[in-house]
Design a binder for this molecule. Sequence first.
Ligand SMILES: Cc1cc2nc3c(=O)[nH]c(=O)nc-3n(C[C@H](O)[C@H](O)[C@H](O)COP(=O)(O)O)c2cc1C
Length: 192
Amino acid sequence: MSQFNQVINVETANSARQKEVTMSDSVLVAYATRYGSTQAVAEAVAATLRECGLAVELQHVRKVRTLAGYSAVVLGAPLYMFRWHKDARRFLSRHREALTKRSVAVFALGPITTGDEKEFQGSRAQLDKELAKFPWLTLVALEIFGGKFDPAKLRFPYKLFMRQVPAIDLRDWTAIRAWTSNLAVKLQAALA
Ligand SMILES: Cc1cc2nc3c(=O)[nH]c(=O)nc-3n(C[C@H](O)[C@H](O)[C@H](O)COP(=O)(O)O)c2cc1C
């Protein structure tokens, strides 16, 4: 083997090792959504984690095949009719074993009326009830964010009985970024 080939091989091995470290240290932000408001929050979460120095991949939850490349997972999904989005529930069941070995954080979108403490507590109680179905799941962070509602976008059957409800956007981007910055500190500590 020529000296040139040896240099190439060493460099290839180094970059492969570097890639391995980067991949296994990265955070997956996975989201479920029906009308897109949770996707926008997931994008903000991913951007904030990146600003905090973490390597992040953002994926629709249905596109995730494996968690092999990730050390941590942030799962976000909206509440609908007292349930957490079914894609999020399926994700938890499908990746149960891998999730027990990783840092996991969860957020849900819900409140779309008053946005007061009581409404947030109601949405939180719904989420807690849903997550209780996954008793093996340990979370490093859990949060409810205000949601977005647009009657013009409603599909059947909801448009029959919810089209008079006023449009509202209760997503608090300052609160979303603050929660994510705290989460970044926890994830960085877990990686150290
Ligand atoms: C038909 C319908 C039912 C909903 N049910 C609930 C609910 O049971 N609990 C709750 O906290 N939020 C509920 N929401 C609010 C949604 O969670 C909120 O609109 C969220 O932002 C939707 O996310 P998406 O745009 O990603 O689909 C409901 C919204 C709609 C339109």
